[in-house]
Design a binder for this molecule. Sequence first.
Ligand code: ASP
Length: 343
Amino acid sequence: MYKKIAAIFVLCITVYSNSAMAQKISDDKVILVIHGGAGTIVKKNMSAETEAQYIEALQASLRAGYAILTEGGSSLEAVEHAIAVMEDSPLFNAGKGAVFTHDGKNELDASIMTGKDGKAGAVAGVTTIKNPIRAAIAVMQKSNHVMLAGKGAELFAQNNGLAMVDPSYFYTERRWKALQRLLKKDSLRVELDHDEKNTVIPPVDMDSKFGTVGCVALDHAGNITAGTSTGGMTNKKFGRVGDSPIIGAGTYANKEVGVSCTGWGEFYIRQVAAYDVAALMNYKGSTVQDATAEVIRKIGAAGGDGGIIALDRNGNVAMPFNTAGMYRGYVTDKGEVVVQIYK
Ligand code: ASP
């Protein structure tokens, strides 16, 4: 089946300018959009091999979600699988490739929201759950709560039969080296995992920088789901939790739109960024392009950076960011896959 789907896929790496950000991205109906993190992603720093790996991983994620949607699956299932593909890849700062905390641990956050019923689930600061997005879904479906953190979340995941791993599963050399570099430079500084201006000593090691993942999907029934998963920020400490597991900040969905964010989490929390996109569309009548561009503008004006993906109920997609690049892609109802990296 994958072969059949692959045959109709068209890969297209495009370049577009800042000024085009609030313009319509695709004339066709988009049914699934993903991001793999925003940051200092510039072509001159990227080897052809690394670029090819990212493109392949983004395509694999899009295909996983597309296959589910075209077989009549729900947007929730599509988001779960598209995100799990990226969580299982060491390339992204989520699941397997999560960054290290100040203490040399990996503490992961994730959240999910279904627009049709306004239900949501999230986990924060977990260290032994292989796919935190699945734990977030379990919290939404099998508990009376929205967010579970730390040990409680892990016990809950285990009791619900989710795949558990030893914390060492999340060790990757490149992330470990990224922490060591930061500890040497400035042990108090938190690497925001995104943008060159936030690093103390350039050049930034490209490998250490990016990768929170997110997905928004629209299914045959017209239902929208949004999800986000991350390892947070390199060198984070004291139980720091970013925007990714916070409903309204890193993730939001209603009947009109689904939103997933990536960027400097503290700014997204203060801006209530994901909900702000939905609010601008609801109260002001903004398009998804204008609403996301406005929220990115506000994040930037406050001193933060990052990106947003959003998909409305008509299949209009937006993917603005104010960093050098953002790993991102979408698939249309006709099976056209588009992957983009740079500005
Ligand atoms: N927003 C995430 C956080 O602050 C990081 C990211 O998007 O890369 O934890």
